[in-house]
Design a protein around this ligand. Structure first.
Ligand SMILES: [Fe+2]
Length: 318
């Protein structure tokens, strides 16, 4: 494409005029992209002189960082330098406007249809539990982090551990941990779940609890004796190299103690009130008989064995 120097100049000034007139990041982005097409080296420096950092913001609009991307830093004392993202929001009148993206963390969906656990956990319960409570936790977290928070961009694991702050939790901890706990909880169940684990997981449970029935009794007992709201967990203890049952109050998640969770059960009343009223015992029994996913638990244990050697070391002899 041949463009004369004169027409280049006129295009440059036209674009700058449009930008100056509209003053929107969106138009800046168009000019930015247009400048590459026409190879106009002077245009960016002109825009930069006039609008400064807005040019960078416009660039982000057209080259957005994927929402699933996380900025990971081992040193949380260093503030993350993350550009402001800009997106267009549909307005009722069909036009668009630019606004800052604040919802960095997304709501994960359960790995099954919302009615797939019927009749043991109703769609009505999951609609409310996942669609309202879980969503509120993630929206609350995003709101807490929206102002260039030092924690903005951590993985959820990092966020939970960092905000726990060795037992003196930051304000973000409850929302972060409840997001983590619920993501884990939905995946701890499956349609046609319950019954007994198999193979390696069953053997490990029998080794650490004597028998599956002993384990079951202890898990149910922990769930029923938890005071107030919280969670019961089957975890792999790194130091003890064994499975154990732990109870946590409110939002606390055992990864803050470096445990490796295998299964969790939500014991907040919102998890079972619609289906079982205040009959926690019935809810726990149904979870063990029909909902818990031993398939997922077996995968998690196998993953955990990458960090914890549960048997005698098998070191190849040269
Ligand atoms: Fe819950």
């Amino acid at each position: 494409m041949v463009v004369s120097r004169c027409s280049v100049r006129s295009i440059e000034f036209s674009c700058v005029y449009v930008v100056a007139l509209c003053g929107k990041g969106m138009y800046l982005g168009l000019v930015w992209r247009f400048s590459f097409v026409l190879k106009l080296p002077g245009l960016l420096s002109i825009l930069h002189c006039i609008f400064g950092n807005k040019v960078a913001m416009a660039s982000c609009y057209f080259n957005p960082i994927p929402s699933s991307s996380h900025f990971i830093s081992a040193d949380l004392t260093q503030k993350f330098k993350i550009p402001k993202l800009v997106h267009r929001k549909k307005r009722f009148d069909g036009s668009t406007r630019s606004s800052k993206i604040t919802a960095f963390y997304g709501l994960k969906t359960p790995p099954y249809e919302l009615d797939a656990l019927e009749p043991y956990m109703s769609k009505r319960t999951i609609d409310m539990h996942w669609g309202e409570y879980h969503r509120n936790f993630i929206e609350g977290l995003n709101k807490q982090l929206e102002k260039d928070d030092i924690l903005y961009g951590c993985t959820m694991d990092e966020l939970v551990k960092a905000t726990y702050n060795n037992g003196n939790p930051f304000p973000e901890f409850n929302n972060a941990a409840e997001v983590w706990n619920h993501d884990f909880f939905w995946e701890s169940m499956q349609p046609g779940g319950g019954d007994m684990p198999k193979l390696g997981l069953l053997q490990q449970i029998e080794k650490d609890f004597g028998s599956f029935m002993n384990f079951r009794e202890k898990f149910v007992g922990a769930a029923l004796s938890l005071f107030g709201s919280g969670w019961v967990w089957l975890v792999l203890k790194r130091e003890d190299k064994r499975l154990e049952i732990v109870k946590t109050s409110n939002a606390i998640c055992p990864i803050v103690w470096d445990d490796i969770p295998i299964i969790n059960l939500d014991l907040w009343e919102h998890a079972y009130y619609l289906d079982y009223r205040n009959d926690r015992a019935k809810y726990v029994d149904v979870f063990m008989n029909h909902l818990v996913s031993w398939d997922v638990a077996a995968v998690r244990l196998t993953r955990g064995e990458a960090f914890v050697n549960l048997g005698e070391p098998k070191i190849p002899v040269a």
